[in-house]
Design a protein around this ligand. Structure first.
Ligand SMILES: *Cc1c(COP(=O)(O)O)cnc(C)c1O
Length: 344
C-alpha cells in the first residue's frame, strides 16, 4: 500500500519532471517559462485583484461535471488583460519608462494599458478607431491616456503606431504576442490551481492566444495531467485551423458577437506554445454564447462579455465529454448594459 505522503511525493516528482520538461527541454524552448509567470505573479500581488473562483450546482448539473469558474470579469478594468499589461510595463527599463508605451486596441487591452500606465507613472498612447464607442474613447482619455484616432477603413493602425514608435521612441505592447503579456495572463491559472487544486480539464477562450499560452504553461507545471482546451467562435476558428494544419492560418475578419476573438490569426510566439501544450481547440456558436450570457447573468450574477463566455459555453454544451471531471473555466470581460439588454 502507498501512504498519502508517498503519493504526494510521487505526484510532486511527476509534476516537477513534467514542469522541467516544459521549461528546459530544447524541443520546447519557449519564449515564456513557468518562472516568468511566477515572477509576474509576484509583481501583481496587491495590485491586480485575486479574482474569485465561483461554482454553481446548476452549471455542474447541466455539464455533469465539477466546474470552477475563474471570474476575471472582477479583475481591474474587467478583464485579465490588466495582468499582462501591468507585467509588461513593469519590465520597462528607465529609458522606456521615460518615453512611454503605445498600444492599438479598442477593447480591454487599451483600458488595461491605460490603467497600468497610470499606476506605474508611464505615459501611454492608444491608437483607436474614430468610430469606437464615444464613452470608451472618453474613458480611455479619462484614465490619462493620449488617444490617437484613425479611420479604420482608410488608415492602418500598425503604420500609425510604427510612425510614433520611430518618432517618439515609444515601446509598442501588443495585446497577445509578447512574452511579458503571456506571462502576466498565465497568473490567472496559477491562482486558479493554487486555490482549488489539480484539474482534469481547463477551458480557455482564444483570441490571439496570449491567455491560453500562459495558462497552458501554468497548467503543465502545476497540474500536468490537466488537458487544456481552447475555445473559439465557430465562425472565427483560425487557431483551430492552425493547430490542425500545423501552420498559422489567416482568416478574414470573422462575423461573431465575440469581438475579443475577431483576430484573424494567432501569434508567432503563442502558436508554438499552443502546439506543444494545448490538447485541442473547439468552437461554439453565437447562439450558444447568447445562452451562456443569460445563464451567467440569471443564475450566477456574472456579467461577462461574449468572448468571456466562450470557455463556459463549450463546457455547458458538452462540446467535449467532461462527465464527473474537475474542470477549470476562465471567464470574464466587459459588457456594456445596452449590449447586455439586447441579448434577450
Ligand atoms: C483578449 C480577450 C480574450 C482573448 O485573449 P487572447 O490572449 O487574445 O487569446 C478573451 N476574453 C476576453 C474577455 C478578452 O479581453
Amino acid at each position: 500500500m502507498i501512504t498519502v505522503r508517498e503519493l504526494y511525493t510521487c505526484k510532486r516528482e511527476y509534476k516537477l519532471t513534467i514542469g522541467n520538461l516544459y521549461m528546459h527541454s530544447s524541443k520546447h524552448n519557449f519564449s515564456v517559462t513557468y518562472t516568468d509567470i511566477t515572477t509576474a505573479a509576484t509583481r501583481l500581488v496587491g495590485i491586480a485583484h485575486r479574482t474569485p473562483v465561483l461554482t454553481s450546482s446548476q452549471a455542474n448539473k447541466k455539464a455533469g461535471a465539477h466546474i470552477f469558474f475563474k471570474c476575471e470579469n472582477f479583475q481591474r478594468v474587467g478583464a485579465f488583460k490588466f495582468r499582462g499589461a501591468y507585467n509588461a510595463l513593469s519590465c520597462f527599463d528607465e529609458n522606456q519608462k521615460r518615453r512611454g508605451a503605445i498600444a492599438f486596441s479598442a477593447g480591454n487591452h487599451a483600458q488595461a494599458m491605460t490603467l497600468a500606465g497610470q499606476l506605474l507613472g508611464i505615459s501611454v498612447t492608444i491608437v483607436m478607431p474614430e468610430d469606437a464607442p464615444s464613452q470608451k474613447i472618453a474613458a480611455t482619455k479619462g484614465y490619462g491616456a493620449e488617444v490617437i484616432l484613425y479611420n479604420r477603413y482608410t488608415e492602418s493602425r500598425e503604420a500609425i503606431a510604427a510612425e510614433l514608435v520611430n518618432e517618439r521612441g515609444l515601446t509598442l505592447i501588443p495585446p497577445f504576442d509578447h512574452r511579458d503579456v503571456i506571462a502576466g495572463q498565465g497568473t490567472t491559472v496559477t491562482e486558479l490551481i493554487e486555490e482549488i487544486g489539480l484539474l482534469d480539464y481547463l477551458f480557455v477562450p482564444i483570441g490571439g492566444g496570449g491567455l491560453i499560452a500562459g495558462a497552458a504553461i501554468a497548467a503543465a507545471y502545476l497540474s500536468p495531467e490537466c488537458k487544456v482546451i481552447g475555445v473559439e467562435p465557430e465562425l472565427g476558428n483560425d487557431a483551430q485551423q492552425s493547430l490542425r494544419s500545423g501552420k498559422i492560418v489567416t482568416i478574414p475578419v470573422p462575423k461573431t458577437i465575440a469581438d475579443g476573438a475577431q483576430t484573424q490569426r494567432i501569434g508567432e510566439l503563442t502558436f508554438p506554445i499552443i502546439q506543444a501544450c494545448v490538447r485541442d481547440i473547439v468552437t461554439v456558436s453565437d447562439d450558444q454564447l447568447r445562452e451562456q450570457i443569460r445563464f451567467f447573468a440569471e443564475r450566477m450574477k456574472i456579467i461577462a462579455e461574449p468572448t468571456g463566455c466562450l470557455a463556459a459555453a463549450a463546457v455547458m454544451n458538452k462540446v467535449i465529454d467532461v462527465t464527473n471531471k474537475r474542470v477549470g473555466v476562465v471567464s470574464g470581460g466587459n459588457m456594456d448594459l445596452s449590449q447586455l439588454l439586447s441579448y434577450k
